[in-house]
Design a protein around this ligand. Structure first.
Ligand code: PMP
Ligand code: GLN
Length: 391
């Protein structure tokens, strides 16, 4: 067996924290509030459409750009929710989840030594995608303020841009904090991108999971931004189909083409029968989208209140699947990784250390993320265990 086979680009990367913690949940029989996936099925119309597609022979490679009707449904979706007009034939490509669109964007746009400015904590695949492109991530820290919202320092953000910056990578609504970047913040990002002639890649997979009447604003809708923004999303969170891995990217043809050229050599295409089924989901009425977010907001409140009862300082998210807590607030002296590895034995629950979302894990050493995209009785059972263990 030859030694040192792993590319140096992946030095320091191990099995993802989500795989590790889901395996721990399975082996310990704990309640899994780690990896973000719903424990209920999505809309029956969407599931039925996939079954129907399989039965009617939609089982071979779809077109390279993705099923034309799904691309039309994505274009309709962008118009319906955001007033964006995107050409389904030249400005949209279907991908193997948002993950592949992100990887395609990094591999298709970055050269060795380029810098990517992004906010931390950050979703784990960003660092890996940037590393595989031999580029360098430049993080700008988000910190929770007294009002519970996560903020960044505008001067630090501006100072992060250098001559080597090629891309800004923005995740809104944000995993793990649940932050929804507001218009002022987006205007600042747009101003900096235009001033320095940068491309922005946005990850908007939680676009429909925004609570308390807040608004998700795609950066591409700001003046002057469509032409420099590659917008990425997927159906997984919106239709409770995270295992289907149907995602997409949209934007000006030049950016979509760059990302597509890399994407086509990753999977080429994927998920033929799940593509028309995702189109059915995108065309569901407003009542579906309202109940989706309403149910999740109830679950967020149930989990956040429960975590507070267990004694944690809790950051109630503005959006997404996740509630973050400060483990130092219950007197735990170790770090988030130790806490999460011990949690199955201590409380029979699995969570994810938010430190895994930081380049400098020290910055998140006190933060642990719990998923609220679960049935209320599952959340209640987990909370009861946490209250018993810690309160
Ligand atoms: N981006 C963020 C912020 C995520 O939380 C996730 C995880 N679901 C993804 C991308 C990956 O999305 P997909 O499953 O569509 O690849
Ligand atoms: N996005 C999900 C999360 O943040 C997990 C996806 C994955 O396992 N890669 O929990």
């Amino acid at each position: 067996m030859p030694r040192d086979v792993l590319t140096s680009k992946l030095a320091g990367f191990g099995t993802t924290i989500f795989a590790e913690m889901s395996a721990l949940a399975a082996s310990s029989g704990s309640i899994n509030l780690g990896q973000g996936f719903p424990d209920t099925d999505g809309p029956p119309e969407v599931l039925d459409a996939a079954i129907e597609a399989i039965r009617s022979g939609v089982n071979q490679y779809p077109p390279g750009l993705g099923d034309p009707d799904l691309r039309r449904a994505i274009a309709e979706h962008h118009h319906r929710w955001y007033g964006l007009d995107v050409d389904p034939d030249t400005q949209i490509v279907v991908t193997a989840g948002a993950t592949e669109a992100l990887a395609g964007a990094m591999l298709g746009m970055l050269d060795a030594g380029d810098e990517v400015v992004l906010f931390e904590p950050m979703y784990d695949s960003y660092q890996a995608g940037i590393a595989l492109a031999a580029a360098t991530p430049v993080p700008v820290l988000l910190t929770p303020a007294a009002d519970g919202r996560w903020h960044f320092d505008a001067d630090v953000f501006r100072a992060a841009i250098s001559d080597r910056t090629k891309l800004i990578l923005l995740n809104t609504p944000h995993n793990p904090t649940g932050k929804v970047f507001d218009r002022d913040e987006l205007e600042l990002i747009a101003e900096v991108a235009i001033e320095h002639d940068l491309v922005v890649v946005t990850d908007e997979v939680y676009e429909h999971l925004v609570f308390d009447g807040s608004e998700h604003i795609p950066l591409a809708t700001l003046p002057g931004m469509f032409e420099r923004t590659l917008t990425i999303s997927s159906g997984g969170k919106t239709f409770h189909t995270t295992g289907w891995k149907i995602g997409w990217m949209s934007g000006p043809t030049e950016l979509v083409t760059a990302a597509r050229l890399a994407k086509q050599y990753l999977t080429y295409v994927n998920g033929a029968p799940f593509q028309p089924a995702t189109a059915v989901g995108l065309r569901l009425g407003d009542d579906y989208y309202e109940s989706l977010v309403g149910d999740l907001q109830t679950a967020r409140d149930r989990l956040a209140s429960g975590l507070e009862r267990a004694g944690f300082t809790t950051y109630r998210p503005e959006a997404s699947y996740f509630v973050t807590v400060d483990i130092h607030s219950i007197g735990f002296a170790g770090d988030a990784m130790d806490f999460c590895r011990a949690l199955p034995a201590t409380a029979g629950v699995v969570a994810v250390p938010a430190s895994a979302f930081y380049m400098n894990a020290e910055h998140g050493a006190h933060l642990v993320r719990f998923a609220c995209c679960k049935q209320l009785d599952v959340i209640d059972a987990a909370v009861a265990k946490l209250v018993e263990a810690f309160a």
